[in-house]
Design a protein around this ligand. Structure first.
Ligand code: IPE
Ligand code: IPE
Ligand code: MG
Length: 250
């Protein structure tokens, strides 16, 4: 994205209606490896460029008044990749977080990490805690990064916590409703995503936000994640605004 391009689309494009914008956008940032391969570059270069695309999307959401962005950075299944790639990603997350924290504080971004964070390298965990503490009161946009995240694991995690409360006599089984359950999810307090974007053409959820996605509108583009820019996001929002969300009614 060039600086000029950024200024052109700094404000909400006139054909997007603020009242029809999603409150919460979730993205499965897929296709970094294929992007690199197409350029004749090693896979890790795709991940590096992917970070730039995410930074730009976060800024764009902020500029256009979207209240929450959630990005899938590393799934519980991604540990199955070659060790070299896993190590590169962990180091990349840590470095980017350290570099970007100051700007996120300045820009009033509230960053939160979700997933089984205790299995991440210790130094990354420390960077994560620091960034969450420093930005926890920030009002402008809620930016959630799913790292070592799995939708099924999140549901199990909630079940165990609720079972524990029942065991202690704090809760009766018949009192467990959707609201109880949601309070125990990693995403407690954030609206469910209105729009899920997946890049690189894959038509699957890959264990992302299984509970929360119940009524998300799904938008899939062939564009590979490092090429997903403001213009692409604008297209996704245009498509979203044409959807009729019925929630089971007629
Ligand atoms: C998504 O890009 C990034 C992560 C899963 C960390 P991929 O690395 O999955 O890219 P492809 O799917 O191999 O092209
Ligand atoms: C989903 O992408 C996970 C992230 C984007 C972090 P994958 O590339 O891991 O998903 P699959 O393997 O194609 O389902
Ligand atoms: Mg992939």
């Amino acid at each position: 994205m060039t600086a000029q391009h950024h200024t052109e689309l700094q404000n909400l494009p006139p054909d997007l209606k603020p009242e029809l914008l999603p409150r919460h956008v979730a993205v499965i940032m897929d296709g970094n490896g294929r992007w690199a391969k197409r350029q004749g570059l090693p896979r890790f270069m795709g991940h590096k460029r992917g970070v730039d695309a995410l930074k730009d999307l976060l800024r764009c959401c902020k500029d256009w008044g979207i209240q929450a962005l959630t990005a899938y950075a590393f799934s519980t299944e991604n540990w199955g990749r070659p060790q070299e790639e896993v190590d590169f990603l962990m180091t990349l997350f840590q470095r980017v977080l350290r570099q970007e924290l100051r700007e996120m504080v300045q820009e009033n971004v509230q960053i939160k990490f979700v997933g089984n964070l205790s299995a991440l390298p210790q130094s990354l965990q420390e960077e994560i805690s620091r960034s969450m503490e420093r930005t926890s009161e920030n009002p402008s946009i809620r930016f959630t990064v799913a790292t070592n995240y799995g939708g099924r694991q999140e549901i199990l995690h909630a079940c165990r916590a609720i079972a524990d409360q029942v065991k202690q006599g704090l809760l009766q089984p018949h009192e467990i409703d959707e609201a109880t359950f949601e309070r125990h999810l990693y995403t407690a307090g954030i609206y469910d995503p209105d729009l899920l974007i997946r890049t690189s053409g894959e038509m699957r959820i890959s264990n992302f936000l299984l509970w929360q996605m119940a009524y998300a509108e799904i938008y899939i583009t062939e564009t590979l994640w490092p090429d997903f820019d403001r213009t692409e996001f604008y297209r996704a929002l245009c498509a979203y605004q044409l959807r009729e969300r019925r929630f089971g009614k007629i």
